[in-house]
Design a protein around this ligand. Sequence first.
Ligand code: ZN
Length: 277
Amino acid sequence: MLDITLLGTGSPMPDPNRAGPATLISSGDTHFLVDAGRGVMMRLAAAGVGAGQLTAVLLTHLHSDHFTDLNDVITTRWVMTFEPTPLTIFGPVGTKTMVDHILASLAPDISYRIAHHADLGYQPPVTVVEMVEGPLDVPGDVTVRCAQTDHKPVEPSIGFRFDHDGAGVVVAGDTIPCEGLDDLCASANALVHTAIRKDIIETIPLQRMLDTLDYHSSPQDAAETAERAGIGTLVLTHYVPAIPPGGGDDWRELVAPHFSGSVEIGDDLHRVRVSSP
Ligand SMILES: [Zn+2]
């Protein structure tokens, strides 16, 4: 059994109701945080999971909206645990440089706290593993692997597949339909996929918005990916434009002709339990 918690269902556009992209995949005491967007520590607190309880952080790509609060995860885990609690961050090539820069930006804070707290005599213990495909070396009985997705010119970008006790969940991140994602989705039970409403965005006469159309999936694209793989549950997130709280019926209507399974669209902290069929 695997639990999916949509920690943040927003996008780069600030929204009072939706935090930035972040998804929690849990099984018992195992918790994988996929992406760490705006407000992620607040949403983790609401989900009842502390930074110290994260098994690992997994990043799909290095667009800022997907990691902007990673610094908060690093600091909170360091300060709110009382013995060295290494944090492993998996991500595509480039993640190590990005994390090194976060740690450099935190250097004054780190020095203040080490000087002030006699029992905090160590730097935040962070390990970065860069990869684009294959199994992740993680503790516990949930297996995780990743494969390359297609979010060009953001390259590489990756998606993740989680398996536990016959239940399989894929977290796609931002991508257009592609072979790597299809491979991850084969025989999975649920797909968590970011989506933008191309039918709405293409009517906005702003080139910067129009630029987003060619490297994201529409709800229909995500539905077709899920349908091709025979997936039972499609979980949409990263709603562009933002869906009003409790809304989403228009999104469901768009998806329905393309997907025969169940569709989950929700507010932040919406939870979906996935069991072996
Ligand atoms: Zn992106």
